[in-house]
Write a protein that binds this ligand. Structure first.
Ligand code: C2E
Ligand code: MG
Ligand code: MG
Length: 654
């Protein structure tokens, strides 16, 4: 049976009844189908879920696989790096160890100022047996008690450590003491390093003894040089540089203390003669001894200095008054009383001293020195072996003379001097029988300076000797030249000053110059002013005789002006008298001069001497003189003094 189920519905609005129905069997069929369908769908869904899960698990597994691989690689790399690093650290440690041990610089490690380690260089440097000798020692244990600045090593070490702590690094030089007690210089670079277990003091040490020695040597040389710049090499006294410095200081001090300063210009009398007779070596010995004596006779605070040659300065400062200066001066004078012993010879030396006082005689060092020089010059002029205080009145003339002396020295070195030659005539035949050699000075600024001006100044000092030496050489060279040219200049008269005669080396100088210029003695004549010969007749006779023995003629210049003792005249080994031009000049006006001229001519003839009249300017003078028997004449009438080439022309024309 096929059961049917029906559904009826009344719809009044429309007056309808609506019904529908189905058969149960069919419904069951449908339901079965539906169930089957659902089962199938569930199966499918489960299948899909399983597949998806498998997929996901697969993907996850794959991901994990890759990640783990990557991680493994990374780990491996990390492991390798670690290995390399370890090896590097080990090798670096070794390198550092080697560097530490083998470093040429010494390395000292200290903790709390005590050595805990050091390298081989330190062991070697300190000449220790092994490291153990050094470990446990402090810096002062390997140093002398004091450093070169006098500071105690322990105190200094502490101070340097503090500095290193404060700055991190401190560099310094140090005197160390090796185990064999030898001291040596080191340079230290001290570095403080903070570590976990405390502070380490790292000393990098280098032996600088060689460098230090060189430095010390350089320093010594520098000091020596500095000393040399300020001291005179011969006597080791301060020189002008140091003296000026001290004098300036003394002036300042005198201002502050209201005291006076004295400058003593000490000049050795006749030093040139000492030098010429005993030789330069002995001269130097004298200077050294003089320096010693000066040094010994002044206070430590005073200064004895050497300016040049035989010029010394004594600087006395902090004096109350002039009386105390005089005391020092007298002490110096008495110090010179005792003779000097030079090469077993006893030598008496005197000095001329000039004194200037600050503030009276000058406000500057230079002025004081200059005025002391002027005063000294005056002391010389007044006869030497004395002292003179500077006075303003000395100034003008003396300054000029000092200036002139300096100019003469300069002129000689610069070749400003010339020789002129004035002909001497025999009026019987008009021939030139000789020349008088006369010096000329052409100063680059002052122009022509007459000999009558500078010769007396040169004679006041010893400069005339230098000048005379030059004249001798120059004139003899010229005479030789003329004779060698076949000319006949006759005898050439050379003027000798008194000082030259007094200088003991004159005779040998003439001999030497004759030889060196190849001049024959008979070609020259020495002219000496009458008053010089008469100054010490006995001595003159001895000296002039030796010249005569050489066959050199000797003529008395300016005869009639020098109060010759006629008794002596006959003993003098002379060959000619020169009538002074002062008599010739006045022949026409003065009866007395005519008488004198006549007498001189007579006297000369009587003694068998030649007689020459000088300064003959006109015919009148010439005829008077020749009428009275004078044959030899010199003067403007026959020719003025001429330069060598002009004189030569005259000779050639003859
Ligand atoms: P002195 O030896 O009596 O020389 C003669 C001087 O008279 C020279 O002067 C000469 O130029 C000058 N005189 C010559 N003839 C005449 C004249 O007719 N009239 C006038 N008014 N004067 C005449 P100078 O050259 O000026 O020399 C002056 C003095 O200087 C010389 O006098 C001599 O004492 C000195 N003197 C010159 N040269 C030297 C030298 O080389 N050594 C030395 N020690 N003294 C010298
Ligand atoms: Mg003369
Ligand atoms: Mg004369």
């Amino acid at each position: 049976m096929n059961e049917k189920i029906s559904f009826v519905k009344d719809i009044p609005e429309f007056g309808w009844v609506v019904g529908s129905g189905f058969y149960l069997q069919e419904v069951e069929k449908i339901l079965f189908q539906r169930e089957e369908e659902l089962k199938n769908r569930l199966k499918e869904t489960v299948m899909a879920v399983v597949a998806t899960s498998i997929m996901i698990i697969f993907v996850i597994l794959m991901g994990m696989f890759f990640i783990s691989k990557k991680l493994r690689l990374m780990l491996q790399k990390y492991e390798r790096n670690l290995l390399v690093n370890n090896r590097q650290i080990r090798s670096q440690k070794k390198v550092f160890q080697t560097l530490f041990e083998k470093s040429t610089d010494g390395i000292l490690i200290m903790q709390e100022d005590v050595c805990v380690d050091c390298n081989e260089a330190i062991v070697k440097m300190f000449r220790a047996k092994s490291k153990n000798d050094l470990i446990g020692l402090t810096l002062q244990d390997i140093s002398p008690e004091f450093q070169d600045d006098g500071e105690n090593s322990a105190i200094k070490a502490k101070r340097t450590n503090q500095m290193a702590y404060a700055r991190g690094v401190h560099k310094f030089e140090w005197i160390a003491k090796a185990f064999d007690e030898e001291l040596f210089w080191i340079s230290i670079v001290l570095t403080t390093i903070e570590m976990e277990d405390g502070t380490i003091q790292h000393y990098s040490i280098r032996n600088i003894t060689a460098r230090k020695r060189l430095e010390l040597e350089n320093e010594r040389q520098r000091e020596q040089l500095l000393h040399q710049i300020k001291h005179d090499t011969l006597t080791n006294l301060p020189n002008r540089v140091l003296l000026s410095d001290r004098l300036s200081q003394a002036i300042k001090k005198a201002d502050r203390d209201k005291k006076i300063v004295a400058v003593l210009f000490v000049d050795i009398d006749k030093f040139k003669i000492i030098n010429d007779t005993l030789g330069h070596e002995s001269g130097d010995m004298v200077l050294v001894k003089i320096a010693d004596r000066l040094r010994q006779n002044i206070r430590q605070t005073d200064t004895a200095a050497r300016l040049s040659g035989d010029e010394f300065i004594v600087l006395i400062d902090g004096c109350e008054d002039v009386n105390s200066v005089i005391l020092v001066v007298k002490k110096i004078i008495s110090a010179f009383q005792e003779p000097f012993l030079i090469k077993n010879e006893s030598l008496k030396v005197t000095t001329s001293m000039g004194i200037s006082i600050y503030p009276n005689d000058g406000e500057s060092a230079q002025k004081l020195l200059k005025n002391a020089d002027i005063a000294m010059y005056k002391a010389k002029q007044e006869g030497k072996n004395r002292y003179k205080f500077f006075a303003q009145s000395m100034n003008d003339e003396t300054v000029e003379h000092i200036e002139m002396e300096k100019n003469i020295i300069l002129g000689l070195s610069r070749g400003e001097f010339l020789m002129y030659y004035q002909p001497q005539i025999n009026i019987i035949n008009g021939n030139i029988v000789g020349f008088e050699a006369l010096i000329r000075w052409i100063h680059p600024e002052k122009g022509f300076i007459p000999p009558s001006y500078f010769i007396p100044i040169a004679e006041e000092s010893d400069l005339i000797i230098d000048l005379g030496d030059w004249v001798l050489k120059e004139a003899m060279t010229q005479i030789s030249k003329w004779y060698n040219m076949g000319l006949n200049p006759g005898k050439v008269a050379i003027n000798f000053a008194g000082k030259q005669l007094e200088s003991s080396g004159l005779f040998s100088l003439v001999e030497e110059t004759l030889k060196s210029t190849q001049c024959k003695p008979e070609w020259i004549e020495i002219e000496i002013v009458e008053r010089f010969i008469m100054k010490d007749v006995e001595k003159s006779i001895a000296l002039l005789s030796s010249f005569r023995d050489l066959n050199i003629d000797i003529s008395i210049d300016d005869f009639g002006t020098g109060y010759s003792s006629l008794a002596y005249l006959k003993h003098l080994p002379i060959t000619k008298l020169k009538i002074d031009q002062s008599f010739v000049r006045n022949l026409s006006q003065s009866r007395e001069d005519r008488a004198i001229a006549k007498t001189i001519i007579e006297l000369g003839k009587g003694l068998g001497l030649k007689v020459l009249a000088e300064g003959v300017e006109n015919e009148e003078e010439q005829s008077f003189l020749s009428y009275n028997g004078c044959e030899l004449m010199q003067g403007y009438l026959f020719g003025k003094p001429l330069p060598a080439d002009k004189a030569q022309e005259m000779l050639e024309a003859q």
